[in-house]
Design a protein around this ligand. Structure first.
Ligand code: HT7
Ligand code: ZN
Length: 834
């Protein structure tokens, strides 16, 4: 497998100014004419191209015969004119047989493109790299009512349309969608008074489920103007929802393509979490217009330049739209579940990787979520005003360019005067730093001693200290006596604060840095923080610490039970926060904690402990659970905004506890449920108890044909079925007539659901591992990106006992030695086995 290295970066040999594309669409034989204006360059002309049939090629009108290979073609320098020249090539492609969902593909009568990261080379020969930017003009010919591409529509007639995008862009932002689609339209007046037409394109019948996405888009456009002074730069912004998509969405210039999961939402079909997902993904893709499109990446090693920053921006947007502390807790849950897990295993890599085999394997939690944490830390370190000044300078200095993370840090340094040389380590060094804090009280001072270390990760045995912004507070029995921000830059440093007596430290408030905190305090400190910390994040964190003492060790459950019950009855607290505090860490979270303590993870024991603590809480609450659940459940029309989702979350958490004892309570709740959030919450205890047969059948009958809801039907069964039955359930469901493994959403629902059912996937006999490996081998032949991403389920193999380790390694070896394994899955499996 050939390795691409950051250190080998060289600018492209020939500049490109304009690209004219003409598509004659046909499912099996689309012809693409590409006319590319190259400027003066040096050396051979090397163009990327994969699975293309080259019909003709000319340079300045003269036929040429390039040397073609599997990855592209070369025209020798000797055959190139000295000055600028025009390359014209005609290629034929087969969108119907393109099952990779990259490039141009044809599914269910729709032509769809996905060009990030390297899909454009499956459409025509081109220098398919983000630092080659050009102005595109596109003509589409095809017998379909809707023919879309980037930018503005410059002409159309029956069977054809022409588009022009005035903004220079890299090939990965090119898009084309064609088929029988319907639109929902609206408009937005920008801060300078320009009217932008907004269109969301969906299949006939789905227009009634676009209102929330449209509203989120307008809120995101306004927020970017108000918060960053960034205005949209075309007269048209379009979104297309498609059912066959490998990722969440794609920020193509002026023509975003979305997985329909992140567009279509109605109270009957989508949960509160789905509505949140729509809001944040719509915002994320829109925000890319500036952070990604106007300023893009020089090469794919710089991916976090656009993704980390854009995730940070969408997190701030969602925090402004709803409860900021609750949003922060949700973001940290996601970071720990995905990124801390990645950092702790064989797939650990820096936010800016130094090499890759297949770039699709680096669209990771580290690049996205840890990347966002780095931006958040920068803001913490320099302060909001300096952050604003740095972003202003970033857009002024680099608009229209393809940049690096060095460029980004230089801007920050120049705008704020902060020396960020040590901060660079956060981008280069993989692994999650461990932060310990010890406190002592001496002669009228509370002294906090902070220490940091980062464990070795693959290829990086020695780690240097990183700058860690630590927000802290000190609590006494009346409340908070002091607070501040400390930047830990060495391996060990102290903070001294004058206090009258010992206080309880509350550190890393708001999770001010992506580190693992070990707090060496006194028994009872976590209980104090849970009861009265002024920082909502650390109240929740204290509850989690107490729960993990029971779940990952053999701590006493009483402090957790006492603390969370007091929180539950605190009417002054946001119900959403109460719901989070009342929730246990997931079994994955418990396993991570056990591994952190250098102990072997027993998934069955984790499951048992999890169940017993749930049971203990159920006993403690008794009749209060249903009493409070009924009292707090919102009545009236469903709204995904305001207090209602938090009230539903708390009501449903309490229902899940109460229904452990009396499943009839769940049946009653199901009968009364008038939205998908409440329906799923009521179904879950029945599925867990193995008593949902009739209810699942009724659900299926009601929603048959509504793909996103049927995805839920599959996912809830494999993820919630009792551990000893879940694999049988999955094997039965994979023969269901609605199970189409070739559709990524459906595959992820069933297979991803089973993987998330930890005790089921990690069955001691290894049947879960064999089952997943069988699936990966099958999917890999069709859709390598999907198989490679799913293979990360095996990344935690070192956590388990020798028996399970061997069973997983056997499957990794079986996959590695399969004939014709893709580069994507080959790289993942190779890294996991190393
Ligand atoms: N920038 C987009 C990444 C993406 C993607 C990457 C690989 C394969 C398919 C893909 N679809 C979208 C999405 C984003 O981060 O906004
Ligand atoms: Zn993104």
């Amino acid at each position: 497998q050939s390795v691409i290295r950051l250190e080998d970066y060289k600018p492209f040999s020939h500049p490109v100014s304009t690209v004219h594309l003409t598509f004659h669409l046909d499912p099996e034989a689309t012809r693409v004419r590409a006319e590319i204006a190259f400027g003066v360059g040096t050396g051979d002309l090397r163009l990327d191209g994969v699975d293309l049939d080259l019909l003709s090629a000319t340079i300045d009108g003269v036929p040429v015969t390039p040397i073609c290979d599997e990855d592209g073609l070369t025209v020798a320098a000797a055959d190139l004119p000295d000055g600028p020249f025009t390359w014209v090539a005609e290629t034929r492609i087969d969108p119907a047989r393109n099952t990779t969902l990259e490039g141009l593909y044809h599914r269910r009568d729709l032509f769809i493109t996905q060009c990030e990261a390297e899909g454009f080379r499956r459409i025509t020969y081109f220098p398919d790299r983000p630092d080659v930017m050009a102005v595109y003009t596109v003509r589409i010919e095809g017998d379909m009512p809707v023919l879309l591409s980037n930018g503005d529509l410059t002409g159309s007639g029956p069977g054809w349309a022409e588009w022009h995008d005035p903004w220079r862009k890299p090939s990965y932002l090119f898009a084309l969608v064609a088929g029988d689609l319907r639109s929902v339209e609206d408009s937005f007046t920008t801060m300078s008074g320009r009217d932008v037409t907004l269109k969301i394109w969906v299949r006939d019948g789905d227009r009634g489920r676009c209102a929330y996405a449209m509203d989120a888009l307008k809120r995101a456009m306004k927020w970017d103007e108000d918060t960053y002074g960034l205005e949209y730069d075309l007269d048209l912004f379009q979104i297309v929802a498609v059912d066959d998509f490998n990722a969440g969405a794609m920020e193509n210039k002026g023509l975003n393509v979305f997985n329909s999961k992140y567009v279509l939402a109605s109270p009957e079909t989508a949960t509160d979490a789905d509505f949140d997902g729509v809001e944040s993904v719509i915002a994320h893709e829109y925000f890319h217009n500036w952070t990604g499109n106007r300023i893009t990446c020089r090469d794919w090693f710089q991916l976090s330049l656009k993704e980390g920053l854009t995730v940070f921006r969408d997190q701030c947007f969602s925090a402004d739209m709803r409860s900021a502390p609750v949003k922060r807790i949700e973001d940290v849950l996601r970071l720990r579940a995905g990124q801390f897990r990645e950092d702790a295993g064989p797939l650990a890599h820096p936010v800016r990787p130094e090499s890759y085999v297949e770039i699709n394997n680096f669209y990771t939690a580290t690049v996205y979520e840890k990347g966002a944490e780095l931006i958040r830390m920068l803001r913490e370190i320099v302060g909001q005003d300096a952050y604003d000044a740095a972003l202003k300078l970033y857009f002024e200095r680099h608009d229209g360019q393809a940049c690096t993370i060095e460029d980004w840090l230089s801007v920050f340094q120049d705008a704020t005067g902060h020396d960020l040389s040590q901060f660079r380590r956060w981008y280069h060094q993989a692994g999650t730093p461990r932060l310990t804090v010890e406190d002592r009280f001496e002669e009228g001072e509370t002294i906090l001693t902070f220490r940091q270390t980062t464990p070795p990760t693959p290829g990086q045995p020695d780690k240097q200290p990183v700058p860690i912004p630590i927000r802290w507070g000190l609590l006494d029995d009346k409340g908070e006596v002091a607070n501040g921000m400390f930047l830990l830059s060495e391996a060990e440093q102290e903070v001294r604060v004058k206090t009258a007596a010992r206080t309880v430290p509350s550190v890393l408030r708001g999770f001010s840095a992506p580190v693992i905190l070990e707090q060496k305090g006194q028994p009872g400190d976590a209980g104090v923080r849970l009861a009265r910390d002024t920082d909502a994040f650390n109240r929740w964190e204290a509850g989690r610490t107490l729960a993990l003492d029971v779940l990952a060790g053999d701590g006493d459950p009483a402090p957790w039970l006492d603390g969370v019950c007091a929180v539950l009855n605190d009417q002054t607290l946001d119900p959403a926060l109460r719901a989070l505090i009342l929730s246990l860490p997931t079994q994955e979270g418990i396993a991570q904690e056990i591994a952190l303590r250098d102990e072997t993870v027993d998934p069955d024991l984790v499951h048992v402990r999890h169940q017993s603590l749930e049971e203990a809480l159920t006993s403690r609450l008794g009749a209060d659970a249903m009493r409070i659940s009924r009292a707090i459940r919102p009545t009236g029309d469903y709204s995904p905004d305001g207090q209602a989702p938090g009230q539903r979350a708390l009501a449903n958490r309490l229902l899940s506890l109460a229904a452990r004892r009396e499943t009839d309570l769940a049946r009653e709740a199901l009968a009364q449920a008038s939205n998908m959030t409440d329906r799923l919450a009521a179904l879950a205890p029945l599925i867990r108890a193995g008593q949902a047969e009739a209810e699942l059948a009724a659900f299926h009958a009601e929603w048959s044909g509504t793909d996103l809801v049927i995805d839920k039907w599959f996912a809830m069964q494999t993820s919630l079925a009792p551990a000893h039955e879940a694999l049988d359930v999955a094997q039965r469901l994979q023969n269901h007539e609605d199970f189409t493994w070739t559709v990524p959403n459906r595959f992820r629902a069933l297979v991803g659901g089973l993987i998330s059912n930890t005790a089921a996937f990690h069955r001691a006999d290894g049947a879960g591992y064999v089952w997943l490996a069988d699936w990966l081998l099958k999917v890999d032949k069709r859709n390598p990106m999907l198989a490679a991403r799913m293979s990360a389920a095996f990344e935690t193999w070192r956590r388990y006992d020798e028996g399970r380790q061997k069973l997983i390694l056997d499957q990794l070896e079986r996959i590695a030695s399969a004939d014709g394994l893709s580069r994507d899955t080959g790289e993942m499996v190779g890294r996991m086995r190393a």
